[in-house]
Design a protein around this ligand. Structure first.
Ligand SMILES: [Zn+2]
Length: 230
């Protein structure tokens, strides 16, 4: 599987799939997350498949625009948690339960319950990751705050206070870890110099893919609406 994108504003990420069964080049847009999959027969060069996608760019962008501008969080819908689609199902009892490809939520204010659960899960995962990375750097942080920010995924103050968007819990785990490593690395380098990126690489490893994932897919994480519209 290759990673490509149609350039433009915004860029449209393409998932390429070479298939032995496919007879022709085809495009599919997922209703769930807007992912655009370009499938092409084994004998067709990748460049030809990409050409096809470029020719269909207006059609692709048109379909993406027709998608509703947000996903409501309700029973029967799916939501991405730690990068996997989970169906939201109603359960009895009092607690939200994450099991396999389902997330069970007791009825009544379910969107709010789910948001609370996700924030707790995000706090747990981010605290674990930041503790590990801070230990690797030998630099403690002072606090972790979670917000629902649109403008940034994380920040680090000069006093060592870390802030993260709790929606990172919706992204694949390596993406959440990358943002944690990025902010923790700011404890040493308060800039984005090569020295800073070297610290990120030292504690996280190669980071470009996670960074690209956020750039290409980050907007998807903001589509879920947990509060009733004002
Ligand atoms: Zn930064």
């Amino acid at each position: 599987m290759g990673r490509h994108a149609l350039p433009g504003t915004p860029p449209v990420p393409l998932t390429l799939r070479k298939s032995a069964q496919a007879r022709r080049i085809s495009l599919r847009i997922s209703q769930l997350d807007g992912r655009v999959t370009l499938t092409y027969p084994k004998g067709v060069p990748e460049a030809e498949a990409l050409d096809f996608a470029h020719q269909k760019e207006d059609w692709i962008r048109g379909h993406l625009q027709d998608r509703p501008d947000h996903e409501t969080v309700e029973f029967g819908q799916s939501i991405s948690i730690e990068g996997k689609a989970r169906r939201i199902v109603q359960i009895s009892g009092r607690r939200v339960l994450l099991k396999g490809d389902e997330i069970g939520v007791p009825a009544g204010a379910e969107a709010r319950r789910l948001a609370r659960f996700l924030k707790e899960l995000a706090r747990d995962r981010l605290t674990g990751a930041c503790d590990d990375y801070a230990a690797m750097l030998g630099r403690p942080y002072s606090s972790i705050t979670l917000r629902d920010t649109r403008s940034r995924w994380g920040s680090c103050s000069s006093a060592g206070a870390l802030m993260f968007s709790w929606r990172l819990i919706l992204a694949p785990p390596e993406v959440l870890h990358y943002v944690a490593a990025h902010e923790v690395a700011h404890l040493i380098e308060m800039n984005h110099s090569p020295a800073f990126w070297a610290q990120v690489e030292r504690i996280f490893g190669p980071y470009k893919e996670a960074r690209r994932w956020l750039r290409d897919n980050g907007a998807e994480l903001h589509r879920y609406r947990f509060e009733p519209a004002a």
